[in-house]
Write a protein of this length. Structure first.
Lengths: 289, 283
């Protein structure tokens, strides 16, 4: 079973637009939206949810009945998370538990709290998973890893050919968790200075993680110069460019009607190019000759 | 004053708003610092020709084992909640990549067998460009979290200046790290279903942080704006401005240009945006 992750570094470069069309073209793959901050693929996939579970984290609290106000916790917290009034700032606290270990009055207690949830459902593309992490919560990487493990279980049960992952923006912890171990990373780049800068960093990351990578250029017609720059860079780095998608006026209309572009405008240049990209991907991961 | 530009979704125009706002205000004679806190994918510097004045490594404290002193008691592995120290039998193995720098292991080691060493996380770069003072941070590839670099970038804010802070996308820990101690959060929103879903999340976060906020709609069109407008109205958040969907703006952005330089008719728009923010903050 194969795992493909759609990535790109930059937010808004078209990851979810591309992932949604790939999900539609793949047919009966397991779809996993691993952007746990902004899970948007569900808006298009509209899954019927069959299971929803909470994702828990550890929170620490100071019990005022036991606290003797000695101030040790305030002095020792590496994150400055304990306020002068002996309460803990949940946004700054990284749940290391050091304060609870050292409190002489044993006044600091640990509680499990819900910090997000994850869901499994059925969509017209196949089994669908996503997750939502509460704003400001820690452990996004852990939640991504959990989703990927569940996706593998489902793919094995349903004998799916593969898993398609929609990845988060950036290069940090949840991005690493979404890419590591995948068979192919499909990096989406737009012909802009920002996107070129960001996708170069993603390619540095995929090479560190030893994940094969291919590029899709989105809105290629926005700038001929910058599109040529992406191709030149891909060529020198020996990365295949597997698609060059045009700016598609109907993109927003498709999104508003909760459809992928490949469904909404099947004869558009975008949809035709996307289909070619999908066939190339199948060859790259060795499920078609 | 500190104004952060944020959005739940990436690509909605945070950097466009931050660079144009900072540039327009600097051209009008204000003392402005532009701080890019998106350490995973910093983009602000791509829009300016920066004369570098400072470049330094930002690191974090991690434990280093002194094998002669270690008795293999296992305390360090027990107290570490991040799987950064694992004890196998009498052996102690440190995974620096997992460490959060909480200090529990070396503080609690009964043998003082762990010492502090510094692990580089990335860089902090500062410079001047056209009367603007710019600082950005860059997380090393493979590192998990840029929070400590964000702190270093934010430390460059100057209370005697106007500080404009470009936040990372999303609503997770780096965003929270960035939005602490702001006077105002300006949200860049895109009038699409994705844009609305992610705007909801960031609004929820900013409400919890109790910071005043406003919205600027980017890629605005009269047909699509309603989706953001009705949400903003229901939450009592003002829409402070709209940047239209315009291919010329997209092309200038693509080439790395601060678009209001080539389209000076927009300078007034950004000055006006600032005076609206100033009114809210001084209230």
């Amino acid at each position: 079973m194969k795992q493909i992750v759609v990535t790109g570094g930059k937010g808004g470069c078209g990851k979810t637009t591309v992932a949604a069309s790939l999900a539609y073209l793949a047919g009966e793959w397991v779809i996993s939206d691993c952007d746990v901050d902004s899970p948007n693929l569900g808006i298009i996939a509209r899954p019927e949810i069959i299971e929803s579970k909470s994702f828990e984290g550890n929170a620490f609290m100071i019990d005022s009945a036991y606290c003797e106000h000695c101030g040790l916790c305030i002095r020792k917290c590496a994150f400055g998370a304990i306020r002068d009034d002996f309460t803990i700032d949940p946004f700054l606290c990284e749940s290391c538990g050091f304060c609870a270990e050292i409190c002489p009055a044993k006044a600091i207690v640990e509680k499990k709290t819900e910090i997000g949830n994850w869901r499994i459902g059925n969509s017209r593309f196949g089994p669908f998973l996503d997750a939502y992490l509460q704003p400001g919560a820690e452990n996004s990487g852990k939640l991504v890893t959990l989703l990927r493990e569940k996706a593998i279980e489902i793919a094995e049960e349903t004998h799916a050919e593969g898993i398609l992952i929609d990845g988060p923006p950036g290069v940090g912890c949840p991005v690493i968790a979404s890419i590591a171990g995948a068979d192919l990373a499909v990096a989406v780049a737009e012909p802009t200075v920002s996107s070129i800068h960001d996708v170069r960093r993603i390619i540095e990351l995929t090479s560190t993680l030893r994940t094969p990578v291919a590029l899709i250029i989105n809105k290629g017609d926005l700038s001929a110069d910058k599109t040529a720059e992406i191709k030149a860079f891909a060529n020198s780095a020996e990365i295949p460019v597997i698609g060059e998608l045009p700016y598609e006026k109907l993109a927003n209309k498709a999104q508003s009607s909760m459809k992928t572009l490949a469904e909404f405008a099947p004869n558009s240049d975008f949809a035709i190019e996307m289909k070619k990209s999908w066939n190339t991907i199948r060859k790259l991961i060795g499920i078609e000759k | 004053m500190k104004i952060a530009i944020a959005s739940g979704k990436g690509g909605t125009g945070k950097t466009t708003v931050a660079t144009n706002l900072a540039d327009s205000l600097a051209l009008s004679g204000m003392n402005v610092r532009l701080l890019d806190c998106d350490t995973e994918e910093p983009n602000v510097h791509l829009f300016f020709d920066i004369d570098e004045t400072e470049r330094r490594v930002v690191s974090m404290p991690i434990p280093k084992l002194l094998p002669d002193k270690c008795t293999g008691c296992g305390t360090c592995g027990d107290v570490c909640r991040f799987s950064a120290i694992v004890n196998i039998g009498k052996m102690t193995i440190i995974h620096p990549g997992m460490c959060h720098g909480c200090t529990a292991c070396w503080e609690l080691c009964p043998e003082k067998a762990l010492e502090i060493s510094n692990k580089p996380l990335g860089e902090l770069i500062s410079g001047e460009a056209d009367g603007l003072s710019i600082t950005y941070g860059k997380l090393d590839i493979g590192e998990m979290s840029g929070n400590r670099i964000i702190q270093a970038v934010k430390a460059k804010a100057d209370s005697g200046c106007l500080n404009i802070i470009d936040a990372p996308p999303g609503t997770s820990c780096p965003v929270v790290e960035t939005l602490g101690e702001m006077d105002f959060v300006l949200l860049a929103a895109e009038p699409t279903p994705f844009g609305l879903a992610n705007l909801r999340s960031i609004v929820e976060l900013v409400e919890r942080l109790s910071v005043p906020m406003g919205i600027v709609i980017n890629r605005s069109t009269p047909e699509e704006d309603g989706i953001i407008e009705s949400f903003a109205k229901s939450r009592g958040i003002d829409i402070l401005g709209k940047i239209p969907l315009d291919r010329k703006i997209a092309e200038l952005y693509s080439a790395g240009e601060v678009f209001s330089r080539q389209m000076p008719e927009y300078r007034g728009f950004f000055l006006d945006l600032f005076s609206k923010i100033e009114r809210v903050v001084s209230r």
